[in-house]
Design a protein around this ligand. Structure first.
Ligand code: TPP
Ligand code: SF4
Ligand code: SF4
Ligand code: SF4
Length: 608
């Protein structure tokens, strides 16, 4: 490598992984959007030699990667931690097969649940799936480990897991870029039975996996991925990995450190050799005591979880506290430094969001049971709407509604159930639930499903999905949800633009009171993704009766203000923010909210 083809850049962990895959001669990168790994595929788009896609869901993304690997081409599949649950079925079988093209599964774990419905530790799943797991501590390592992982995958015929956490995904550090290596794919070996996992081949595969793990343990003995940092005059060893290593280094404690880059499998021989030199062994890791338990299984006396929280991120101060409790640091870190108190604020729908009219109508309706799902519309659980009784996992709302309905019917309850699901979630994993609804359907079982078809997967940043092409001409996915459901045999599917508040309200009421299954496709597009910009609205304070009906929609430009010469507070709209969706005007009982003739931008232009 010459200096001229090496370039230093500050990259996020996600960008570094995309870069590493490119440099490693990677060919197919697939994913399903979800924080914190979205940016890996978005960054991969910059590399023409790499085919990249956001697939319909994580299982499909994984299968796309498997196909590429079967061809002998290098494949990367990235997903948020819960995505692995969706992809686990093909993964658990693929992991029994030999590998042709290097295969890397990137899991973005989310300690602290910054943007997730749970806090699962996928190191546990990686071990369960018989994978080898690497844990980088900064962007340079994220890039290097991506490349090394693909090499190990091919050498040991094993699917690899790169386990990263939200903070590493999104924080930047300097990375040295190198050239791409070119790897020629051998093509799919059609004579081989390797990928036909039925007995007796799958039985044989159990021995193959066991032997593979043994060989990897030998590799782990002296791999350069694990670094022993010895300090003179200490009888304490801290074993750690990933981001925790850098946090620990900031404290510079009087201990030796064994930093693991390869966290599974760990060489028993090496771990015993190292740990026996120390009186005290402490394991520093976020979430579950994964490494700690591995060491305990080897018979190594160590402690870890008892000093650090089992949940959330561990920052430098948290580690300082833990090491204080362990007697390693003296009288430090009793208080969280630099802690600034902030006013808690709930997240709300964006200005002009198409979900707002739907939930305003539902809040005012008599519906008692609302089964929610995962997407921007999950925010309806929070003020001002507080209208959701269940949010479990993507697509779960449909099966839950059916089970709930059947159970309520056995209890002779006829209370209507309303269910909401977004278009992204519909295509991701909602569809099988819809097929199941057609089975043993009874005419008097009232469920109203509202599909919030905003033509994008909005919550994760507006990626495309099956129906995006209906609104965006450049997209090749143009599946009409209503046509699909009609064709499947649903006999009561209606469509509405929910920005037409009065018509939507009437339709919702009709369908909710209908005894039986009805489906409404509410097709207002996402205001943020599709850049809604219509002439803004304003309030005539002389007409406003201060009823706050508009304010209760929670649209950010609306507030109550004091107008000169008027005693009572009246509503007002910040016209810099208003995108002209008209919902507030439609809920005003006295027509006090009017539309201007121009958008704010046009108004500013003509003023100049
Ligand atoms: C299994 C899984 N994969 C990915 C995610 C990340 N995620 C959260 S919401 C969401 C998109 C929902 O899209 P949609 O249903 O269309 O609702 P919108 O956000 O557009 O309102 C995704 C992909 C997740 N929570 N679970
Ligand atoms: S991103 Fe789109 S769907 Fe999500 S809250 Fe904003 S406008 Fe609504
Ligand atoms: S018209 Fe009203 S509800 Fe719509 S964006 Fe403007 S302020 Fe918000
Ligand atoms: S809904 Fe109409 S009357 Fe009520 S506060 Fe808003 S502008 Fe005033």
């Amino acid at each position: 490598m010459t200096e001229s083809n090496m370039k230093k850049r500050a990259l996020t962990g996600n960008q570094a992984i995309a870069r590493g895959f490119y440099e490693a001669g990677g060919v197919v990168a697939s994913s399903y959007p979800g924080s914190p790994t979205v940016e890996i595929i978005e960054s991969s788009k910059a590399y023409e030699d790499v085919y990249s896609e956001f697939s319909t869901n994580e299982k499909v993304a994984l299968e796309v990667g498997l196909g590429a690997s079967f061809n002998g081409s290098r494949a990367l599949v990235a997903m948020k931690h819960v995505g692995i649950n969706i992809a686990f079925d093909p993964l658990m079988t693929f992991t029994q097969t030999p590998i042709a093209g290097g295969f890397l599964l990137v899991t973005g774990d989310d300690p602290g649940l910054a943007s997730s419905q749970n806090e699962q530790d996928n190191r546990v799943l990686g071990k369960f799936a018989n994978m080898c797991i690497l844990d980088p501590s900064d962007s340079q390592e994220a890039k290097n480990y991506t490349k090394i992982a693909l090499d190990i995958s091919e050498e040991f015929s094993i699917p690899m897991m790169l386990r990263i956490t939200s903070r590493l995904c999104h924080s930047r550090s300097v990375v040295t870029e190198e050239d791409r290596i070119n790897k020629k794919a051998i093509g799919m070996d059609v004579k081989s039975e390797n990928y036909c996992m039925i007995p007796p081949l799958s039985r044989k595969a159990q021995y193959f996996m066991k032997e593979r793990l043994e060989r990897l343990k030998e590799y782990a003995y002296d791999t350069e991925l694990n670094i022993l940092d010895l300090k003179e005059g200490t009888d304490t060893l801290i074993i750690t990995s990933g981001l925790m290593y850098n946090n620990l280094k900031e404290l510079d404690p009087p201990v030796s450190i064994w930093k693991l880059g390869m966290i599974y499998p760990i060489s028993t021989k090496r771990a015993l050799e190292i740990s026996k030199k120390f009186k005290k062994v402490i394991v520093l890791e976020e979430m579950t005591p994964f490494i700690e338990n591995e060491l305990k299984l080897m018979g190594i006396k160590c402690e870890g979880q008892k000093y650090f929280s089992f949940t959330g991120e561990l920052d430098v101060e948290d580690i300082e506290h833990g090491l204080n409790d362990a007697g390693i640091l003296k009288n430090q870190g009793n208080d969280k430094k630099g802690f600034v108190e902030t006013v808690p604020r709930f997240p709300v729908f964006c200005t002009g969001c198409p979900h707002r009219p739907t939930f305003d109508i539902l809040k005012k309706s008599k519906v008692k049971i609302l089964i929610g799902d995962i997407g921007c519309y999950s925010l309806a659980f929070l003020p001002p709407f507080e209208k959701s009784n269940s949010i479990i996992s993507m697509g779960a709302s449909i099966g839950i509604s059916k089970g709930l309905r059947k159970a309520m019917s056995k209890n002779n309850s006829k209370d209507p159930i309303v269910t909401v699901i977004g278009d992204g979630t519909f295509f991701h994993s909602g569809l099988p639930g819809f097929v199941n609804l057609l089975h043993q359907k009874k005419e008097d079982e009232n469920i109203t499903i509202i599909i919030l078809d905003n033509r994008t997967t909005a919550m994760t940043g507006g990626q495309h999905n099956g129906s995006s092409g209906l609104y965006n001409k450049n997209d090749d996915m143009k599946i009409g949800i209503k046509t699909l459901l009609d064709t499947m045999g649903f006999d009561r599917v209606k469509e509405i633009n929910q920005y037409n508040y009065k018509s939507a309200k009437k339709l919702f009421e009709e369908e909710i009171s209908h005894e039986g299954l009805s489906i409404i496709v509410a097709n207002g597009p996402c205001a943020l993704k599709y850049n809604m910009e219509k002439p803004y609205f304003y309030v005539d304070p002389e007409i406003c009766i201060s009823c706050r009906s508009c304010i209760r929609t929670g649209c950010p430009p609306l507030r109550m203000v004091k107008y000169e010469g008027i005693e009572k507070l009246k509503s007002s709209i910040d016209n810099d923010m208003c995108v002209g969706c008209s919902v507030c005007a439609q809920v005003c009982p006295v027509n006090a909210i009017k539309q201007s003739e121009k958008t704010q931008k046009e108004a500013e232009k003509s003023d100049n």
